[in-house]
Design a protein around this ligand. Sequence first.
Ligand SMILES: [Zn+2]
Length: 79
Amino acid sequence: MSSSRSADTSNCPRCGERSLERFSTHTYCACCNYSNVTDEPYQVLEHVRILAEEVQQERELKRKAKKKESEEVLFANAI
Ligand SMILES: [Zn+2]
């Protein structure tokens, strides 16, 4: 029964088995769980995006801390 639908599958780039199913948005291998959507490129991009956000937040915190520090110095000098 399932062998009649072999047109939907192709060879998996990871395990080489002919069990890579093609969907309209992604491919998925039932043999080794390979999926072109969850494979490295997307994850790396997401990881880089999160890292960039964290760096941005850290910079913002440092900037605020520095500003607060200089305000305290100004306040101390004013007394
Ligand atoms: Zn596979």
